[in-house]
Ligand binder design. Structure first.
Ligand SMILES: NC(=O)c1ccc[n+]([C@@H]2O[C@H](COP(=O)([O-])OP(=O)(O)OC[C@H]3O[C@@H](n4cnc5c(N)ncnc54)[C@H](OP(=O)(O)O)[C@@H]3O)[C@@H](O)[C@H]2O)c1
Length: 303
């Protein structure tokens, strides 16, 4: 019988990629979604509301692992309502999954949580797992998220939180809007260009999730990012090179503010801030990266 992995909020960018990856590895995949239940391409979609215990919780009984991707996208304008939903969707889903695990006779042996490197705020300093937290709304969200995830511990369920960096994939995620900007010759350096992008290829991220699910050595918090972060200036210049575009004028900070709010309907800080993070604990575990060079990673995804 195939081992079952449950992906809560797994209908989004990262969850869908992991679902396909796990299926290829021989796992049975169940996605918890607020949409109607269905079965598609050998993936079972089970309905939940991300906040209350209900029949969906039966899926966890005897399962191998549960991975939580749930959360309102941070790619929006931070109105009061959006801020509240960004927080509540993350905290409520962690709490209710903990409840579901507690109610299991045979609980999953691993509970893996998708977190974020945004906990370090906006910094040019190298950040390992032990570095100080930053300040601001995104940091506040990450702190609440991590506190909630580790509030409860389980005797039979290992807990791993991956602080995910700028995940580069083919079908969506943060790369998609940048591809559009470069395509329309708007892909210049953003703001000062000195803000860091801690990037990683989706294949490496999927392997990190697999390790977190299968490998008993994995426990606690990890910086889930590649070993070679770059500045925004270097990132945009490499992206233009891979897409065959020549030099493009930089987008000064006021222009980015206006463009983000008016055209992209999102928070300018997402593009104007960044962090320089190192996957220290993954490296200590001997994790092997397939993509350590940005140009190679982008060529694989774009060409
Ligand atoms: N993508 C990245 O590069 C990246 C980097 C760092 C951290 N992360 C974190 O990793 C997680 C997954 O990222 P992603 O890119 O896959 O996100 P995503 O595409 O936005 O998917 C998140 C899923 O959460 C569910 N959801 C959204 N709002 C919800 C709400 N109010 N209540 C309950 N469920 C809700 C949705 O599932 P249904 O509509 O099917 O219910 C959605 O498919 C997120 O928490 C994100 O912050 C992502």
């Amino acid at each position: 019988m195939r081992k079952k992995v449950i992906l809560a909020g797994g209908s989004g960018f990262l969850g869908k990629e992991l679902a396909i990856f796990l299926k290829k590895k021989g796992y049975q995949v169940v996605i918890l979604t607020r949409n109607k239940p269905t079965i598609s391409e050998d993936i079972t979609y089970v309905q939940w509301d991300g906040a209350h215990l209900d029949q969906w919780a039966d899926e966890l009984e005897g399962s191998y692992a549960v991975v939580n991707f749930t959360g309102k996208s941070v790619n929006c304008i931070y109105t009061k309502a959006n801020r509240e939903e960004i927080i509540s969707s993350r905290i409520d889903s962690v709490k209710v999954l903990q409840d579901a695990i507690r109610h299991c006779q045979n609980p999953p042996q691993a509970f893996v949580q998708a977190g974020s490197l945004a906990i370090f705020g906006d910094t040019r300093k190298k950040c390992t797992e032990d570095s100080p937290y930053g300040t601001g709304f995104s940091v506040h969200v990450c702190k609440l998220w991590e506190e909630e995830f580790f509030r409860e511990s389980f005797s039979k369920t290992r807990q791993v939180l991956l602080r995910i960096g700028f995940a580069l994939g083919k079908n969506g995620g943060a790369l998609e809007p940048l591809l559009k900007l470069v395509k329309y010759n708007l892909g210049g350096t953003v703001g000062s260009g000195t803000q860091y992008i801690s990037w990683l290829h989706i294949d490496d991220l999927n392997n990190m999730f697999l390790q977190a699910i299968e490998n008993n050595k994995y426990n606690g918090i990890y910086n889930a990012t590649g070993p070679s972060p770059v500045t925004n200036k270097e990132f945009m210049s490499t992206l233009r090179k891979v897409m065959g575009k020549s030099w493009t004028p930089p987008a000064p900070t006021p222009f980015v503010w206006l463009g983000a709010y008016v055209m992209m309907k999102t928070e300018p800080s997402l593009a104007l801030t960044g962090r320089n993070c190192i996957p220290k604990r993954l490296q200590e575990h001997g994790f092997t990266f397939t993509y350590t060079h940005l140009e190679t990673a982008l060529k694989d995804l774009i060409l």
